[in-house]
Design a protein around this ligand. Structure first.
Ligand SMILES: C[S@@+](CC[C@H](N)C(=O)[O-])C[C@H]1O[C@@H](n2cnc3c(N)ncnc32)[C@H](O)[C@@H]1O
Length: 353
C-alpha cells in the first residue's frame, strides 16, 4: 500500500541542494528558450498555449513546467491545468529586473557541468583550461555584464569619477582591457562620438563578435583587437582605462595593473569592476551567492589563469588584494564602491596623479 503522507524525505539539506541544482539547470533552459519572458506576458495558460507562444514542443515544455511548479517557481491550477509565473518571480527571471535577471547566472551552473570531465583531470594534474573549453562563455558573460555594466554606464558608473562624462563628451582616448564581446565599449562609442575607443581581448571569437556589433552600428570611433594583455606595453596613451570583471582571471593580475597604470596619461582614470568577495574565506560565509562564486572560481576563473601559466588567484582573490595591487601599481588615491545594483561586485575608481 502506498502512503503519500509518510513518504520519507531525502536527508534535509543535501536533498534541498540537489533539488535546487536541478531547478537551476532547468532555469537556464527556460532562460535560453525565452520561456520566462513568454510566461511573464501570458495570463494563466496551459502547457499547449505556453509551448505555442514560445514556438516549442508541448511535451518538453510540460515536463519543464513540472520542474518549475514543484520547484516553487511557477504556480499550477490543477482544475484548469493552467500555469502562472507570479509577477514577483518574473521580476527576477526576466530582463529589466532591478538586481539583474538571475536566470542569466543559472547558465553558469550548466556551464560547470559541461566542463566537469575536463575539470576532473585538472584536479588530478593541476593543469589549467583555456577560454575555448567553455561553450558559450562569451555569450553568457556579455549577458552578465549587459546588466551589471552596460545598463548602468551612464547613470551610475561613469559618474563615479568626477568630471569623466564631460571629458568623454569633449573627446578622450579610452581602452577597455579584456573587453570580451565589447558591448560596454560600443555603448560608450555610440554615446561619445568625439572620443576614441579601443578594446583588447585574448579571445578571437569575442573580438569577432565585438567587431561585428560595431560594424552593424556603423561606428568608426571604436576598434577591437585580439591581444594578449600579458604582452601589453603601451605608454601614456589613454585618458580612461576600464576593465569589467577582467583582472582576477588574468595570468598576472598585479603585473597587468602596473601595465595599465603605465598606459594612462597623467590625470587619467582607471575604472575597474571585479568580484566583491573578501580575500579571507571566513568573511565570505555571509556573502550572498558565495558558494556559487567559489564554484565559478574552481571551474573557470582559476583554471583559465592557471592555463595561461598564471597565478590562479581565483574569483575570490578579494577586494583587499585588488586594492593592494592597485596601490602597488602606483595609484595613490583608490576609491572603492559597492553599488546597490551590483551586489556581487566591487568598483574601484583610481586616478593617475
Ligand atoms: C570574465 S570575462 C569579462 C569580459 C568583459 N569585460 C565583460 O564584462 O563582458 C574576462 C575577459 O578577460 C579576457 N582575458 C583573460 N586573459 C586575458 C589576457 N591575457 N589578455 C587579454 N584578455 C584576457 C578573457 O578573454 C575574457 O573576455
Amino acid at each position: 500500500m502506498h502512503s503519500t503522507s509518510r513518504r520519507p524525505k531525502p536527508s534535509g539539506r543535501a536533498g534541498e541542494i540537489i533539488n535546487a541544482g536541478a531547478i537551476a539547470a532547468m532555469m537556464s533552459i527556460g532562460h535560453r528558450l525565452g520561456l520566462f519572458r513568454v510566461m511573464a506576458e501570458l495570463p494563466p495558460a496551459t502547457s499547449a498555449e505556453i509551448a505555442a507562444a514560445a514556438k516549442l514542443n508541448e511535451r518538453y515544455v510540460r515536463e519543464w513546467l513540472a520542474v518549475m511548479v514543484t520547484g516553487g517557481v511557477v504556480t499550477y491550477d490543477a482544475g484548469r491545468a493552467t500555469y502562472t509565473l507570479p509577477r514577483e518571480h518574473a521580476a527576477c527571471l526576466t530582463p529589466g529586473a532591478q538586481l539583474g535577471n538571475l536566470a542569466v547566472y543559472a547558465q553558469a551552473v550548466v556551464l560547470m557541468g559541461a566542463v566537469q570531465e575536463r575539470i576532473l583531470g585538472c584536479f588530478r594534474s593541476g593543469a589549467g583550461m583555456a577560454y575555448e573549453d567553455y561553450p558559450c562563455f562569451h555569450q553568457i558573460m556579455a549577458e552578465d555584464s549587459g546588466q551589471t555594466v552596460v545598463d548602468h554606464l551612464f547613470t551610475i558608473l561613469l559618474p563615479l569619477a568626477d568630471g569623466l562624462t564631460t571629458r568623454l563628451e569633449r573627446g578622450i582616448d579610452v581602452l577597455d582591457a579584456g573587453c570580451g564581446a565589447g558591448r560596454a565599449l560600443i555603448a560608450m562609442a555610440e554615446r561619445y562620438p568625439n572620443s576614441g575607443f579601443t578594446g583588447y581581448d585574448l579571445c578571437g571569437d569575442a573580438i569577432e563578435s565585438a567587431q561585428q556589433a560595431a560594424a552593424e552600428r556603423g561606428l568608426s570611433n571604436v576598434r577591437f583587437e585580439q591581444r594578449d594583455l600579458t604582452e601589453f606595453s603601451e605608454t601614456e596613451r589613454y585618458d580612461l582605462i576600464t576593465s569589467f570583471d577582467a583582472v582576477h582571471d588574468q595570468k598576472e593580475p598585479a603585473e597587468l595593473l602596473v601595465r595599465l597604470y603605465r598606459a594612462l596619461r597623467l590625470g587619467g582614470i582607471y575604472l575597474m569592476q571585479d568580484i566583491g568577495g573578501s580575500a579571507r574565506l571566513e568573511n565570505n560565509v555571509p556573502l550572498p551567492m558565495a558558494a556559487f562564486l567559489y564554484a565559478i572560481s574552481c571551474t573557470h576563473c582559476m583554471p583559465v589563469s592557471l592555463g595561461q601559466g598564471g597565478a590562479g588567484l581565483g574569483t575570490m582573490w578579494g577586494w583587499e588584494t585588488a586594492q593592494a595591487f592597485l596601490q602597488r601599481a602606483g595609484f595613490a588615491n583608490v576609491q572603492r564602491h559597492v553599488l546597490p545594483h551590483d551586489p556581487l561586485n566591487v568598483w574601484f575608481v583610481s586616478v593617475k596623479q
